[in-house]
Structure formats: C-alpha cells, structure tokens
Design a protein around this ligand. Structure first.
Ligand code: NAD
Length: 252
C-alpha cells in the first residue's frame, strides 16, 4: 500500500495516542490528508491537523468536521477509534458509568458518522472503519460494560453498512486483541504485579504476545482503501488468533 489514499481526507477520532495514532500515521503515509479529533490533539506528527474534540459532545464533533471540510474540502474516510475502558462485572459499575462509557464508545461513533455523512455521500472513495474489539465476540472476565459497548459497535457497523451501501459508503470494523498501547500500559501499571499481568496478557493470545498498534493500523488501512472496494459490513480480527483458534498448551 503506497499512495492509494492520495487526494482523500481521513478523520480519525482518538488519533493522538495508541491505535489511533498508528492509524493516522499509516493513512498519512498512504497519501491521505489527516484530521485527528481527540481530547488532547497536541504533539501530532507534522502534517496532521488536530481538532480538540470530545466525541460525547455533539457541538465539538460538528465543529471538527466543519473544520476538516474547510481545510481539505471534504471527508472521504472516517475512522471511529476513540474509546475508553471499564473494568468490572455487572455489579461493579453504576448507571452513571454505564451512561458515560456508552456515550463515548457507541454514541460517539454515531455523532461523528452523522456529521460526516453528507460529505461521505459526495466522495467516490467513502469508507467508515470502526475500532471494535475481541470483547465483542468473546466473553472476557470483568469487562461487562466495555464488552456491551463493543458488541453494540459490531451490530452498529453491520446496520450502517446496510443503510449506506447504496450511497457508496462502505462500513467495516476491526477487532483487536489486547494491543500494546498507552491504555494497556496504564492497566498493567495498576496491577499488583505488572510483570505477571503482562505475561498473562501475552499468554492469552495464541501468538504469545500483545498485538501492535501498527498491526491494527494495517487492517484499518485495508478497509479504508479502495483495495477493499467489495468489502462492507464485516470485521477483521487482529488478535493473534485469540477469537478463532484453539491451540494446545505449549509442549503438550
Ligand atoms: N489497546 C487495546 O488492547 C485495545 C483492544 C481492542 C480495542 N481497543 C480499542 O481501540 C481504541 C483505541 O484504544 P487505545 O488502546 O489506542 O487507547 P489510548 O488510550 O492509547 O488512546 C485513546 C485516544 O482516544 C482519545 N479519547 C478518549 N476519549 C475521547 C473522547 N471522548 N473524545 C475524543 N477522543 C477521546 C484519547 O485522548 C486518546 O488519544 C479504543 O476504541 C479501544 O476500545 C483497544
């Protein structure tokens, strides 16, 4: 993939850190104009346009999309990547926390897609890629709220793909396994034994290590580009086999 996205404009939410930052760098290398919508859009790589935006605030989303169109003339690709975590079983998070995480992880994608839709309709290479998760397709312990939001992202991806297919807008998602990002770094730092926590997370994935943000960005780049022109309403697992494979323990 070299310059497949030249003359296209990509909006990436949560593009200032981790998976989103890797996506922004990858799409920029493929020739796209890059608009990063993030709570903290400081210190972006040269050439990327940052907008201070909270995906749970409709006015800031609209302003950022308007700003992107003013700068680049349109929007062709939306990567709905901003998301936050939540730890616990159904007993552990109160209603306010359910509302807060849902508002960012699910309704945030709705707000950004809605604001971008009139511009995507004018594009000849329109694509939406949502960052979903292995949590949408596998039961993980102590992730009830987070998993519910990612299950919703998977269903939303399919529904949007159906709604907008005939308008020439493809909608897909990627399902990363545990990825080596600042978010996971923070989680490991909070563990009683961070080294043991990292080892356990590595071991949970059949390929024996965390997924890299760059590996996720490769799947997003494919789904965002005309290379996947007949692919819509689907998900790509980037999880080292965690969802699909059942290996025997090493040495047995
Ligand atoms: N890291 C993993 O193991 C993993 C696995 C599967 C899926 N994901 C998903 O990948 C996405 C990115 O995760 P990451 O690990 O790169 O996280 P990260 O914390 O490193 O980066 C998230 C970025 O999103 C921004 N953000 C957070 N809330 C926002 C809001 N309300 N409005 C705008 N921007 C906001 C943050 O400022 C940050 O720059 C999330 O949707 C997450 O659910 C992560």
């Amino acid at each position: 993939m070299s310059q497949e996205l030249s003359s296209l404009t990509a909006v990436i939410t949560g593009g200032a850190s981790g998976i989103g930052a890797a996506i922004a760098t990858k799409l920029q290398a493929m020739g796209a104009n890059i608009a990063v919508l993030d709570l903290n859009p400081e210190n972006l790589p040269e050439g990327q346009l940052g907008f201070k935006c909270n995906v749970s605030d409709d006015a800031s989303v609209k302003a950022a999309i308007d700003g992107t169109v003013a700068a680049f003339g349109g929007v062709d690709i939306v990567v709905n990547n901003a998301g936050i975590g939540a730890i616990g079983t159904v007993e552990d998070n109160d209603d306010a926390e359910w509302a807060r995480v849902w508002d960012i992880n699910v309704v945030g994608m709705v707000r950004v897609s809605r604001a971008a839709m009139p511009h995507l309709r004018k594009s000849t290479g329109a694509a939406i890629v949502n960052t979903c998760s292995i949590a949408a397709t596998a039961g993980l312990p102590a992730r009830a709220l987070y998993s519910a939001t990612k299950g919703a992202v998977l269903s939303l991806t399919q529904a949007m793909a159906a709604d907008h297919l005939r308008e020439g807008i493809r909608v897909n998602c990627v399902n990363p396994g545990t990825a080596d990002t600042p978010w996971i770094g923070r989680l490991m730092d909070q563990a009683d034994d961070p080294v043991a926590e990292r080892a356990a997370l590595n071991a949970r994935q059949p390929h024996g290590r965390l997924v890299s943000a760059d590996e996720v960005s490769g799947a997003v780049a494919y789904l965002a580009s005309p290379l996947s022109g007949s692919t819509t309403g689907t998900s790509i697992a980037v999880d080292g086999g965690m969802q699909a494979l059942r290996l025997r323990p090493v040495g047995q």
